[in-house]
Design a protein around this ligand. Structure first.
Ligand SMILES: C[S@@+](CC[C@H](N)C(=O)[O-])C[C@H]1O[C@@H](n2cnc3c(N)ncnc32)[C@H](O)[C@@H]1O
Length: 343
């Protein structure tokens, strides 16, 4: 099997924005998925920076996959046009993007009406964990005063900064007037760190992060790349770095999904790489208890299909095959820090 953790990924080798391994390269693949959805006339998410973040090679990679294996691609990466009498198939990536756009905005606006979000006060500090080429600090209509922090591996952060420069995105609001993509956040800071190791919270504080302020921690497409022990350590580190009122949002994949369905639903070269990096077992029936033991009170768990019905009711989404109604395979979690909540 390919050693995906150390392999130099040729597809990602885009001059100075080269990425060092397959996990890093996935940041550009999901950007390509967002770019493809953005171009749809009835797109469920809009990310005008995504095409720039993806680059030609990731766009080509996803496009080739879509041509060669349209059903599988439609489940994960891109949509499929509606057949007569049927709904359009929207990709899982598009659904998760839209779902967390709404969750992040609900938290920042202090609005409890989405995803079980509970806000004692509107969140003004958002940390994107494994941020990859997430463009939310530029593309979301954030209320004023929201500070964003993006944490990722050093090669991904380096690539992101090069790509932001190339596309003419503002790195600070002072540059907004002349920028192609103005910064929507009041501030946006990037931190190169391995989230499985010690020390990143202190490094984040050195960037201006305020531990005393309620924070929204968002981990989209991250936990599945970490071992179970690393997920547990990260969740504990997060709760210990959280002021009262802090929230956590994330994608999770059931372990059975990894073993059985990732294999059936992905093309060979994708599968070999993913099966060696998708690590964290998060059995859905244990998620609440597991998260409670790490200092988090689960507010809501939403399966992908249910999320799709909420954000794109005129479309259908089949990310993984459910054996029975109600199975949690690929799901979204919102949680509140247990500290000071009385739970
Ligand atoms: C599939 S991408 C998702 C990126 C982004 N959240 C999104 O949804 O567009 C996974 C990201 O997790 C990052 N990542 C994986 N392991 C990490 C670690 N140990 N520390 C920091 N970032 C990590 C990768 O570098 C990559 O950018």
């Amino acid at each position: 099997m390919t050693d995906s953790k150390t392999e130099s990924v040729q597809e990602g080798a885009v001059d100075e924005a080269e990425l060092s391994n397959f996990v890093s390269w996935t940041s550009r693949l999901v950007a390509a998925c967002r770019a493809i959805e953005t171009a749809e006339p009835d797109a469920v998410c809009s990310d005008p920076l995504a095409q720039h973040f993806a680059g030609a090679k990731a766009m080509d990679y996803v496009g080739t996959f879509a041509r060669e294996q349209p059903q599988q691609a439609a489940a994960m990466l891109i949509g499929l046009p509606a057949k007569p009498g049927q709904k359009r198939r929207v990709s899982g990536i598009a659904v998760r993007t839209c779902y967390f756009d709404l969750a992040i905005l609900a938290a920042c606006n202090g609005n409890s009406s989405f995803a079980g979000i509970e806000c004692t006060q509107p969140i003004r500090q958002v940390v994107l964990l494994g941020a990859g080429q997430d463009a939310r600090p530029w593309r979301l209509q954030l209320p004023s005063g929201v500070r964003c922090y993006e944490v990722d591996q050093s090669d991904v952060v380096r690539a992101k900064e090069i790509l932001l420069g190339r596309m003419g995105a503002a790195l600070q609001t002072e540059d907004n007037a002349s920028a192609q993509f103005p910064l929507a956040a009041a501030e946006c800071h990037r931190l190169s760190a391995d989230l499985t190791l010690d020390g990143w919270p202190a490094a984040l504080e050195a960037k201006g992060f305020q531990k005393s302020q309620p924070t929204l921690w968002h981990a989209e497409g991250l936990l599945n790349y970490l071992s179970a022990a690393a997920v547990e350590k990260l969740l504990r580190d997060l709760s210990q770095t959280s002021a009262p009122g802090s929230l956590f949002t994330a994608t999770m994949i059931a372990d059975t999904t990894l073993v059985d369905q990732a294999a059936r639903h992905t093309e060979q070269r994708f599968r070999e790489r993913y099966s060696s990096v998708w690590g964290a077992p998060t059995p859905p029936d244990k998620t609440k208890g597991f998260m409670a033991s790490c200092g988090w009170r689960v507010l809501e768990m939403t399966e992908m299909r249910e999320a799709a019905q909420a954000v794109a009711p005129s479309m259908q989404c089949h990310f993984f095959q459910q054996e029975k109604e109600g199975d949690f395979l690929y799901y979204f979690v919102t949680a509140a820090v247990a500290l000071h909540t009385g739970s």
